[in-house]
Design a protein around this ligand. Structure first.
Ligand SMILES: Nc1ncnc2c1ncn2[C@@H]1O[C@H](COP(=O)(O)OP(=O)(O)OP(=O)(O)O)[C@@H](O)[C@H]1O
Ligand SMILES: C[C@H](N)[C@@H](CCCCCC(=O)O)NC(=O)O
Ligand SMILES: [Mg+2]
Length: 226
């Protein structure tokens, strides 16, 4: 099965932006190949709805969000608040089905690698157990170096196949800020993980051509299946 899990160092760092730019790229440059786009577990309203708005009318792309909670907090807490269980079997089944039916599956994780999916398991545990290829989104801001080092250490502990790091301008950012807050050489030497590129700040996150263009500037050959 060809699949990629997009994780982040935290919530609100740009996982949805990277996932949608990869999906837009796939649609434009692999028009004859099908794509599954899945949110691992959704808490709060946002990601599935955004994907639906962007890609909902595309026949070669299927959007899945097998487990959704309304409460916008960590999944085990959301489940408690709503008096529900977290059925990871259901999530796994949906992921497997998409993998069997589609040429490629993009999965957006939730929160950071250390965020819980259940009371016992983190996103990192799940990525390791499911043997997923993973890409890590890091926001360009002060403090990102420590977050990157911690998330990569967790990825190693869980034996995750971490393909690389994508830096993301969560706000408009200058070359100087990139060099000051997320210096690429330093990140690579601290983590021994390659930086695959930088996502610029997008004034319009609904522009599919622009999303595909920013994806095309990443080192896609290092983490997409071709
Ligand atoms: N490259 C970017 N260009 C413009 N805005 C961005 C960019 N990256 C992030 N943002 C802003 O930051 C917000 C959070 O980004 P995004 O929704 O992709 O994060 P996330 O990691 O998917 O969060 P969650 O954990 O909730 O799924 C967006 O709503 C958007 O306002
Ligand atoms: C509500 C947020 N948007 C996000 C959940 C983030 C949980 C983070 C919990 C934590 O690590 O402390 N949900 C989601 O990505 O579907
Ligand atoms: Mg998201």
């Amino acid at each position: 099965m060809k699949a990629l899990l997009v994780v982040g160092t935290d919530t609100e760092v740009g996982k949805t932006v990277l996932t949608s730019s990869l999906a837009a790229y796939w649609q434009i440059y692999q028009p004859n190949k099908s794509l599954g786009l899945m949110k691992l577990i959704e808490t709060g309203i946002g990601d599935r709805e955004f994907y639906q708005e962007l890609f909902g009318s595309s026949p070669s792309l299927e959007i899945a969000a097998p487990l959704r909670f309304q409460t916008p907090v960590a999944p085990p807490i959301a489940a408690e608040r709503e008096g529900r269980d977290i059925d990871l079997g259901q999530v796994w089944q949906e992921f497997r089905r998409l993998g069997q039916q589609k040429d490629f599956v993009l999965v957006e994780a939730l929160g950071g690698l250390g965020s819980p999916v259940t009371h016992e398991l983190t996103v990192a545990d799940l990525a390791g157990e499911w043997r997923l290829s993973v890409v890590l989104v890091v926001p360009i801001k002060l403090g990102a170096i420590a977050q990157t080092v911690a998330n990569v250490a967790l990825a190693r502990q869980c034996r995750i196949d971490l393909k690389g790091i994508v830096l993301n301008c969560v706000q408009p950012c200058t070359e100087q800020q990139l060099a000051d807050w997320t210096p690429i050489e330093l990140l690579e030497s601290l983590t021994c993980i390659p930086v695959l590129g930088v996502l610029p700040y997008l004034s319009d996150r609904n522009d599919l051509k622009k999303l595909a263009l920013v994806a095309s500037n990443l080192a896609l050959e290092k983490f997409l299946p071709w």
